[in-house]
Design a protein around this ligand. Structure first.
Ligand code: GDD
Ligand code: MN
Length: 356
C-alpha cells in the first residue's frame, strides 16, 4: 500500500472474547472506512463460548483480508494483542477493541498521523476533545486513578494523557528486539515504558457505552495493573520507601549513640543527619536507581545533598524546637525526621535521578 509516498502494510488486530454481536458490524465498518487502502484484519479469539470465531470465519466469504487466530483458552487481553502481532506481518499495526467502543472512523486519521512521521498514535479519551459517555463515578475514578498511577510511577508515560488506552497504532520496528510480558490488559503502558522517547501523538475520541455484551475487565484487573506498574517501575517506589526507613533508623540510632557519649544534641544531630543522608544516597544509588545512573557518583551525591537540604534543616530545627518545649530528644528527632522525610520525598527522587 502506498500513501503519501510511503509504502507500507497495515494490519489491524482485534482481540475478542464473546463478541458475536459486535464483530461483524465492526469488520463491516472497517472494510468500508478503509476501502481505498490495502490492509489485513487479524482477529485473536480466546475460544469464546458464544462462537465469535465461527462468525469471523464465515466473513471469509465476504472479505479476503481476514485472518483468525484461535487460542484454546482465555489468556488475557495484552497477551492476545501480542499473539496478534506475532501472527501479523504488517509494518504498521493498529489495535482496536471489538465492541465498537473504539470508533473505527478514527483509523484514517491515525494512519495519516503515523505516515506524517509519527511512530505511535494513541486514540485518547483524556486528550482535549476526548471523553467518556455513560460511566458512573466509580468507573471514572478508577480509570483516572489508573492513569495517575502510570504518570506517577512511569515517567515515560507522562506525556500521554491516556496511557491505558486500548486503541492505538504503531510501527512494527518500535517493538523489534523488545521482550513483552503482556500480563494484564494494558499493552500500551508497557510499550510506552519500554520505548521511551518515541515520536507519539494522541487523537481524541469519545468512548461510548458498550452497545451489546459486557466489559470483561474487573477490579481484579486493576489490581493486576497496579502490580504491573510497580514492576515496570522496577519497584523503585518501594525501594525508595525502604531506603527512607533505613535512613530513619540510622539517624535515630546515631543520635542516640552520640548523646549517650555525652555529645551535645546541637552537635550530635547534624552528624546523625549527615550519616543518614549518606546512607540513603548510597542505597538509592546502588539499588533503587541503579539503572538510571550516569556520570560521576560524587556529583550525584552533591546533588542529593542539595535536595535533602530543606529536609535536613527541617529535621534539625524541629528537633531543637521540640526539645525546648519539653519533648524528649528521641521523640523530637522522630517528628523532625518525619517532616524532613516528607520534604525529601518531594525533592530528591524527582531531581537527582529523573534528570539523568
Ligand atoms: N482474545 C481476548 N482474550 N480478548 C479479550 C480478552 C481476553 O482474555 N479480554 C477482553 N478481550 C477483548 C474484548 O472482547 C474486547 O474486544 C476488548 O478485548 C476489550 O475488552 P472490554 O472488556 O470491552 O474492555 P473495556 O471496554 O472495559 O476496556 C477497554 O477500553 C479501555 C479504554 O480504551 C480496554 O481496551 C482497556 O484496555 C482500555 O483501557
Ligand atoms: Mn469495551
Amino acid at each position: 500500500m502506498k500513501l503519501k509516498g510511503e509504502i507500507f502494510e497495515l494490519d489491524i488486530i482485534i482481540p475478542t472474547y464473546n463478541e458475536k454481536e459486535n464483530i461483524s458490524k465492526l469488520i463491516d465498518l472497517i472494510e468500508n472506512i478503509l476501502k481505498d487502502i490495502k490492509f489485513k484484519i487479524v482477529v485473536v479469539d480466546d475460544n469464546s463460548p458464544d462462537g465469535t470465531a465461527d462468525i469471523v470465519e464465515s466473513l471469509n466469504n465476504k472479505y479476503d483480508n481476514i485472518l483468525i487466530l484461535r487460542r484454546p483458552f482465555k489468556l488475557g487481553l495484552a497477551s492476545a494483542i501480542m499473539a496478534g502481532i506475532e501472527k501479523s506481518k504488517g509494518d504498521i499495526i493498529a489495535v482496536i477493541d471489538a465492541d465498537l467502543q473504539h470508533p473505527p472512523e478514527l483509523l484514517p486519521q491515525m494512519l495519516d498521523k503515523l505516515i506524517e512521521g509519527g511512530e505511535l498514535i494513541v486514540a485518547s479519551r483524556y486528550a482535549e476533545g476526548g471523553g467518556i459517555e455513560g460511566w458512573n463515578t466509580f468507573r471514572r475514578v478508577i480509570s483516572k486513578g489508573a492513569v495517575k498511577l502510570a504518570h506517577l510511577l512511569l515517567p515515560s508515560t507522562r506525556d500521554v494523557e491516556d496511557p491505558i488506552s486500548g486503541y492505538f497504532m504503531f510501527r512494527r520496528n518500535l517493538i523489534e528486539g523488545l521482550e513483552f510480558e503482556a500480563v494484564g490488559y494494558k499493552f500500551l503502558t508497557e510499550l510506552l515504558v519500554k520505548r521511551p522517547g518515541v515520536k507519539k501523538a494522541e487523537v481524541p475520541y469519545i468512548f461510548k457505552p458498550r452497545r451489546i455484551g459486557k466489559s470483561k475487565l474487573g477490579l481484579n484487573d486493576y489490581y493486576k495493573y497496579a502490580l504491573q506498574c510497580l514492576k515496570l517501575a522496577r519497584y523503585k517506589p518501594l525501594k525508595f520507601i525502604l531506603v527512607g526507613i533505613s535512613g530513619i533508623l540510622v539517624n535515630w540510632g546515631i543520635l542516640h549513640i552520640l548523646v549517650t557519649l555525652n555529645i551535645p544534641i546541637p552537635l550530635a544531630s547534624p552528624v546523625a543527619i549527615e550519616i543518614s543522608i549518606l546512607n540513603n544516597f548510597i542505597w538509592n544509588d546502588i539499588w533503587t536507581f541503579r539503572y538510571k545512573r550516569s556520570g560521576r557518583r560524587l556529583i550525584r551525591c552533591l546533588n542529593f545533598h542539595g535536595t535533602t537540604l530543606v529536609g535536613a534543616l527541617l529535621n534539625y530545627i524541629t528537633l531543637l524546637t521540640l526539645i525546648r518545649v519539653g519533648f524528649s530528644y528521641m521523640i523530637s528527632n522522630l517528628i523532625g525526621i518525619f517532616l524532613g522525610f516528607i520534604a525529601n520525598y518531594l525533592f530528591s527522587g524527582i531531581y537527582v535521578w529523573r534528570k539523568i
